[in-house]
Design a protein around this ligand. Structure first.
Ligand SMILES: Nc1ncnc2c1ncn2[C@@H]1O[C@H](COP(=O)(O)OP(=O)(O)OP(=O)(O)O)[C@@H](O)[C@H]1O
Ligand SMILES: [Mg+2]
Length: 307
């Protein structure tokens, strides 16, 4: 569980993080999205006690940063932007050093457990400098998990990876869900956030929005369906607009875009009304708004608000 209250960080004149309050539930995968310099890494560094906030405070797994830093650190795993592994040491040695540092009880057992889980056990005695980037990144995530922290912070775990390696890491994060661990994931990759996260926060110094990916999409635009008709006539537009549950209608070249709150409930009535009016309905589909579009719109909104 992570709870931040008014968390702020100022570097000289630069207010890098401004009054961030948020709550991440146990077991939740929480995405942290924002452009370069938005304050994502700084927030993670504050939450993992690597830098002290200049304002506000936070609790991580019940321990308050600034007053119980050792407990916070023992209860979090962190994958930083540049996961420094020792290239000349083997996978086992890399993990072993870290496990010892963290006071892990059964070092060989934990190292074996994670190398096996990540399908790196067969390569355990090779220097990690020869590992592919994806393998190195998985190893770095394993390293962050050796002491079984209830909260895991991943700062752009797939940023430097090719699509295939990124997928390997993403699949692993997906596997970690449902283990009850809280995962705080900084990312620029909107598909990744969409796929992996229960909720996402959009930040640009201040928090701009926090919601589920689905709510973000629907919340900005409302839900709407696209009706494709064999033949579109202006009369149909008026008939649909007069339906009580329809919020707005936009004529399209080959049909209508209809905004309504609950397609599941109202689509049947919509189709009935169209058919009764003699329309030939070819198909009906919900309009998908990508998280990417939502993100760009939120950024534009926040820039306007700042100006
Ligand atoms: N140690 C530091 N000293 C001075 N300024 C810093 C320091 N660390 C971060 N900053 C500033 O704080 C702001 C936020 O940086 P931060 O690294 O948190 O952004 P970010 O959202 O992680 O960006 P990116 O997506 O590029 O990783 C930036 O303006 C950066 O220059
Ligand atoms: Mg960063």
């Amino acid at each position: 569980m992570i709870r931040a209250k008014g968390l702020s960080k100022r570097f000289g004149d630069n207010l890098a993080v401004d009054d961030v309050s948020l709550e991440v539930r146990q077991g939740e995968v929480f995405g942290f999205l924002g452009p370069n310099g938005a304050g994502k890494t700084t927030t993670v560094r504050m939450l993992t006690t690597l830098v002290a906030p200049t304002g506000g405070t936070a609790w991580v797994n019940g321990h308050q940063i600034g007053s119980a830093d050792a407990q916070v650190r023992a209860s979090v795993g962190l994958l930083t932007e540049a996961p420094g592994l020792y290239p000349r040491l083997t996978a086992v040695e890399n993990l072993g050093i870290y496990a010892e540092l963290h006071g892990v009880e059964d070092v060989p057992g934990q190292v074996r457990r994670y190398l096996t889980l990540l399908e790196l056990w067969d390569r355990r005695d090779e220097p990690v400098g020869g590992f592919s980037k994806g393998m190195q990144q998985k190893l770095a995530i394993a390293r962050a998990l050796l002491h079984e922290p209830p909260a895991l912070f991943l700062d752009e775990p797939t940023a430097a990876l090719d699509p295939e390696a990124a997928r390997v890491v993403r699949d692993f994060v997906d596997e970690l869900r449902g283990e009850g661990r809280t995962i705080f994931l900084c990312t620029h990759n909107l598909d990744e956030a969409d796929r992996l996260c229960d909720r996402v926060a959009v930040i640009r110094q201040r928090l701009i929005r926090v919601d589920t990916p689905a709510n973000l999409r629907h919340g900005l635009y409302g839900r709407s369906v696209r009706v494709r008709l064999a033949k579109m006539t202006p009369a149909l537009e008026d008939i649909v607009a007069a339906l009580p549950f329809v919020r707005s209608v936009t004529p399209l070249e080959s049909g209508l875009r209809v905004a309504l709150d609950e397609p599941e409930t109202h689509n049947p009535d919509l189709v009935r009304a169209l058919v009764a009016a003699g329309a030939a309905v070819q198909y009906l589909e919900e309009e998908a708004h990508s998280l990417e579009q939502v993100y760009f719109d939120l950024m534009a909104e926040s820039r306007e608000a700042a100006a």
